[in-house]
Design a protein around this ligand. Structure first.
Ligand code: BV8
Length: 235
């Protein structure tokens, strides 16, 4: 860890790369999710309106993948959970990921800005409930009774990410910004480093398999697999 003075929280942004070594696919690597399915069809509100069954199948497949026994948090998830435990409430973890591996590793101060794979949301009353295998698109909402209104609790392209105010506040106050396992393709997450650098007070570091699109904006870059570079950096 850099010896920068602790004048604010540590803000960590993670992307699909941190879960790759747990067996979950990334999006834009060779063979990634977007090489197998058209994101307009499954990760936009228009795609869901056009073919809800296709979208439900896409997310049900990913839930099955996440819930298989050999998909477990890895050393990178565990290192971030240790960091949070050691630095009290001074670590704010924002993930673009919709898996629950950070939670299962023990992270508590966690914000899923793109939603959560294991939750569904009613389009009628916006209530969010834990996903259950028997929940189909025709299911009636337990809260408002509307039939057929359940959708994945996931932020699609063109939709506003969750927690943006809390994220902006943390970015403005942070002493250290770490970006882990993200290609820096998707906004607004890809713009967080520029937001931090605009204030010029924090140290910024990218830990990734390869240089991301925003690599030049970071003061420090550590390349390698997350299970090696993240514990080495934070422990
Ligand atoms: C929004 C759904 C308005 C969930 C996803 C400028 C400003 C604002 C918006 C835009 C803008 N320009 C364009 C936009 C629109 C759009 C956008 O960014 N488009 C892109 C394609 C240009 N953004 C939006 O629509 C967002 N909404 O902007 O609303 C707004 C904004 C702010 C305030 C008010 C209003 C909504 C974006 C969310 C879309 N939903 N997915 C799901 O199905 O999962 S995006 C999708 O990409 C996933 O969520 C994913 O998390 C995210 C980012 O991908 P990464 O995590 O980075 O994964 P990727 O495969 O790309 O990269 C993996 C990296 O890991 C690689 O670098 C690789 O080298 C590395 N790696 C691999 N293995 C390892 C590793 N690293 C370490 N160790 C390893 N072992």
């Amino acid at each position: 860890m850099p010896t920068t003075p602790r004048t604010g929280p540590i803000v960590i942004l993670t992307g699909a790369g941190i879960s790759k070594e747990s067996g979950l696919d990334t999006f834009r690597d060779v063979g990634g999710i977007w090489s197998r399915v058209n994101l307009e069809d499954v990760a936009t509100p228009e795609g869901f309106r056009r073919d809800p069954a296709l979208v439900q199948r896409f997310y049900n497949d990913r839930r099955r993948g996440l819930l298989t026994a050999d998909v477990q948090p890895n050393a990178a998830h565990e290192a971030l959970a240790r960091l949070e435990a050691e630095w009290d409430d001074e670590v704010f973890l924002v993930t673009q990921n919709i898996d629950d591996l950070h939670e299962r590793a023990g992270s508590r101060t966690l914000l899923h800005m793109h939603g959560e794979l294991l939750k569904v949301r009613c389009e009628g009353c916006d209530c969010v409930v834990e996903w259950r295998a028997d929940l189909g698109p025709e299911h009636t909402c337990d809260d408002c009774g509307r039939p057929g209104g359940l959708r994945p609790h996931v932020v699609w392209f063109g939709e506003i990410p969750l927690g943006m105010e809390a994220i902006a506040d943390a970015l403005d106050r942070c002493a250290l910004f770490m970006s882990i396992g993200t290609s820096g393709t998707v906004y607004p997450a890809a713009g967080f480093v520029a937001e931090v650098e605009r204030f010029g007070r924090a140290h910024t570091v990218e830990l990734n398999m390869e240089a991301s699109h925003g690599a030049s904006m970071f003061r420090e870059s550590v390349l390698g697999p997350a299970t090696q570079v993240v514990p080495a950096y934070v422990d």
